[in-house]
Design a binder for this molecule. Structure first.
Ligand SMILES: [Fe+2]
Length: 252
């Protein structure tokens, strides 16, 4: 398999990105230059990222999860079996509402639509709780990076019809993030959890923040509920939606 792409290098960090798996998942590895520590966000393949960190001569110390759908956590158990309990796993506790459990996790427990700080090495990031795709989805912002998971894709946003999803929460999250993103100063690169096609037919894996704010359909629609309700990507008629209906029926 190919090496990940270096998307951003600053005086403090390196950001590597790789598409993995058959669902177009985008994984992101942040390396702190001063401490030679690394944090993987939403690992699909644990061995792949362990091997890459070895090659780079850095220590993988942290796993942060934007949310706990299987395609964002598939590599977690493999990394724990390789690296043991020295790893820090961070995830929002509201993900337990959709049935996620972990003996390894140190839970973020801040309120929905609020922020907490998280660090690894010498780097500090803001962790925004942005529910809607899942109950405890988070968006990671800082040091020139906006890591959106499945809350926002480059041209759209994550579906809300899976178990634990909620379209109105998602709309609130998009409005909340829009304000935060518009207030950022300096250069930021937006890194989504999947590589999906934009309306012009292109399929980029990241985008500059200014371009993103202009083209993202969810961001530009969220203020108007009637337009929002017509968005074609909030729900799909597929097996996963059917499974979510069954899970909701079991719970009620
Ligand atoms: Fe997801």
């Amino acid at each position: 398999m190919s090496n990940p792409s270096l998307v951003l290098e600053t005086d403090k960090l390196l950001l590597f990105q790789q598409e993995l798996g058959e669902w177009d998942n985008l994984n992101h590895l942040i390396i702190c230059k001063s401490s030679s520590q690394a944090c993987i966000i939403d690992p699909f393949d644990g061995q792949y990222w362990y091997d890459f960190c070895q090659k780079q001569g850095v220590t993988l110390t942290d796993i942060w999860l934007t949310h706990t759908h299987w395609d964002h956590i598939k590599g977690v158990s493999e990394l724990f079996s390789i690296l043991g309990n020295s790893l820090n796993l961070r995830c929002h506790n509201l993900e337990q509402e959709r049935g996620y459990q972990s003996n390894h996790a140190t839970w973020w427990d801040h309120d929905e639509f609020s922020v907490t700080k998280e660090t690894f090495g010498a780097l500090e990031f803001s962790i925004y709780c942005t529910p809607g795709h899942t109950p405890g989805h988070v968006t990671v912002i800082g040091n020139g990076l906006v890591i959106t998971g499945d809350c926002l894709f480059l041209g759209s946003c994550g579906r809300t019809d899976l178990f634990g999803g909620d379209p109105e929460q998602q709309r609130k999250s998009v409005i909340y993030l829009k304000e935060i993103l518009q207030s950022l100063t300096g250069n930021y690169v937006v890194l989504p959890g999947h590589r999906y096609e934009l309306s012009d037919g292109s399929k980029p894996t990241y985008s500059q923040l200014g371009d993103f704010l202009q083209v993202n359909q969810a961001i530009n629609t969220a203020h108007d509920k009637s337009l929002w309700d017509q968005l074609p990507f909030l729900a799909f008629d597929d097996n996963m939606a059917e499974q979510a209906r069954r899970q909701r029926a079991k719970q009620s």
